[in-house]
Design a protein around this ligand. Structure first.
Ligand SMILES: [Zn+2]
Length: 594
């Protein structure tokens, strides 16, 4: 593989890459935001439909004009944080962005007031393209506090309830863990010891899990105080903001509704037998009597180690998309040809992978650290699915509609993973290869769907217990976690006793004003599995439907978009389709054993 091909070309994002020019442009971005403020602050409340349209278009134009610039600074730094120029530009960019944010902060509150006064604007034909954007703002209006109260809440939260999250992440990032590896005792930070969770050595995995969770449990007083405070704060805010349920806030921010999520989670409960059947099957493949918790994410012992060169990965991924639709495959190929992917491994590069949409360029940029493993090819297929989503959305939507809620954000990416799976399965030469692919796909599916659902059920149980006036100490929360976990895992897994502290490492539980973050992951996974099953039923006629859905981005709610495809996501029957798709994979895996 040539390393040039693996490095992205960011120069396309800006007129000139000269750092002085970039700094000047950042300055201009702030000035133009201030001009918008000068022209509109205190005036939005009195706008008519035409005036409102002009304002929204002006704000979108500002976003588009500086879109490449923003991306350039952010991406340059993600690619190499040790680069001096990148660091300077990133600092300047962050300062500029926070000044833009401050300058335009008034718009949200004033738009809310305008719509509260004149809700019919939402359906004004002049504003048709912004309809759903306005609907989403209107939905928040009844729960807004007065301006001084909102300001005070932000101010008090910053050093109050939001500190628990910082404490939890500081704890995880500063604690070290002692563990024996290859005969030597090593002291590892959290980020490294969890790397051992997937080690082929079963005993090492077991010790890694035990070490981490034992240490976590020693500070149960901290975790219990944190979770109680964050949840009690939420209960108080629910009263003040007049939310009808503990989940209302999350439904509003995810553009979601109770009916849909009830039927989603009911369908998870209804399929525990499928989950447990897979766990028993995996135990057989691992050559053990019963799975232990440290086997859940572990690779199969006989999984073949296949390595991919950059060009081979490109071919594998592009072919997978071409198999669905040649036009879509062309867009994916373009990402490589135009050098919009950074795969090179280097010091100072952000870990993990992401895709950033470039709205003004109507395309995207992808970052990953490519080591040639099958999992890297999957990451590529995943991120390029986001790129396809961006490609379609940037052409069809105003910037205000581009943001998709977390339930739909993974539609292109997970669909892409399934296309890759189908292709890889069609090309396997050995039984072991087939087993490895299916097991890794199913591990991901069942962890996202069942383990994450258990977290959603735990959150619900905590609020239930609090509203019954129960005092929740660490052991009590641990007991609730174990009960919810076991409801979905049954007796098909042996858990280390220390795993009762597993809830502590989930950062979201400690994030203030961010409740019930879990079900969107479950939604995203199951929604795409259902779409895939429908694609298998309908064949080619499904292709334009998926493209329409992706192009819509956040211009409609997930429920409306599904309805346009003739699907009712409030029905459990819809979610059963996803489970049947997973069941097909489980059957295929089982057949390899006969
Ligand atoms: Zn993703």
């Amino acid at each position: 593989m040539t390393s040039e091909e693996m490095v992205w070309d960011l120069s396309q994002l800006v007129e000139k890459v000269d750092p002085t020019h970039i700094q000047q442009q950042l300055q201009l971005m702030v000035e133009e935001a201030s001009k918008i403020r000068d022209a509109y602050h205190g005036r939005i409340e009195n706008l008519n439909a035409k005036g409102l349209l002009q304002f929204l278009e002006l704000r979108d134009a500002h976003t588009l004009k500086f879109d490449g610039l923003r991306l350039y600074c952010g991406l340059m730094y993600s690619a190499d944080s040790t680069d001096k120029v990148a660091k300077q530009l990133n600092d300047a960019f962050r300062t500029a962005m926070s000044r833009v944010g401050q300058a335009l902060a008034f718009t949200f509150i004033e738009l809310g007031r305008l719509l509260a006064k004149n809700p019919s604007l939402v359906s004004d034909p002049l504003l048709a393209e912004y309809k759903h954007h306005l609907e989403k703002i209107l939905r928040r209006v009844p729960h807004m506090l007065s301006e001084p109260e909102e300001r005070l809440t932000i101010l008090k939260d910053k050093n109050g309830i939001s500190s628990w999250q910082k404490l939890q992440s500081d704890w995880l990032s500063t604690r070290t863990f002692s563990i024996e590896v290859d005969g030597k005792v090593k002291t590892l930070p959290y980020g490294e010891i969890i790397g051992l969770y997937q080690n082929p050595d079963r005993d090492l995995r077991k010790r890694a899990y035990r070490t981490v969770h034992e240490v976590l449990g020693k500070d149960d007083i901290i975790w219990a105080s944190a979770i109680r405070a964050v949840c009690e704060d939420h209960l108080q805010m629910c009263k003040l903001r007049e939310y009808s349920s503990w989940m209302t806030q999350s439904f509003i921010s995810n553009d979601m509704d109770q009916e849909t999520i009830d039927s989603l989670l009911n369908s998870v409960k209804r399929n525990v037998e499928l989950h447990q059947r897979y766990l028993r099957l995996k135990a057989k493949l691992m050559g053990v009597e019963k799975l232990a918790n440290y086997d859940l994410n572990a690779p199969l012992p006989n999984a073949p180690e296949r390595k991919y060169a950059w060009n081979q990965a490109q071919k594998e991924v592009v072919d997978a998309y071409v198999g669905f639709d040649s036009e879509m495959g062309g867009w994916v190929d373009e990402m490589f040809e135009k050098r919009h992917i950074d795969g090179k491994v280097r010091k100072g590069k952000t870990s993990g992978a992401f895709c950033s949409s470039w709205l003004a360029g109507k395309t995207a940029y992808v970052l990953q650290s490519f080591n040639g493993n099958v999992s890297d090819v999957y990451t590529q297929a995943h991120e390029l699915g986001h790129a396809v989503h961006a490609y379609l959305g940037a052409r069809a939507q105003k910037p205000s509609n581009f943001e998709t809620g977390s339930c739909l954000a993974e539609t292109g990416s997970v669909f892409g993973e399934l296309l890759l799976t189908e292709q890889m399965l069609s090309r396997v030469k050995t039984k072991e290869e087939k087993q490895a692919i299916l097991a890794s796909v199913l591990d991901r599916f069942f962890v996202v769907v069942f383990q994450v659902s258990a977290r959603a059920f735990l959150e619900q149980s905590i609020y239930d217990a609090m509203s019954r006036g129960e005092a929740l100490d660490g052991e009590a929360v641990a007991k609730l976690w174990v009960a919810n976990r076991d409801m979905l895992y049954g007796d098909s897994v042996d858990w280390l006793e220390e795993m009762k502290w597993a809830w502590v490492v989930t950062p979201h539980y400690f994030i203030a004003n961010y409740r019930f973050y879990n079900y969107p992951y479950v939604y995203a996974q199951l929604f795409v599995y259902a779409l895939y099953q429908i694609y298998k039923e309908q064949g080619e006629s499904f292709v334009p439907k998926l493209k329409r859905l992706l192009a819509a981005r956040g211009s409609k709610s997930p429920r409306e978009l599904a309805a346009e495809l003739g699907l009712d996501i409030t029905e459990e029957a819809f979610w059963q389709k996803s489970m049947r798709q997973a069941e097909k994979f489980v059957n295929m895996l089982e057949e390899t054993l006969t």
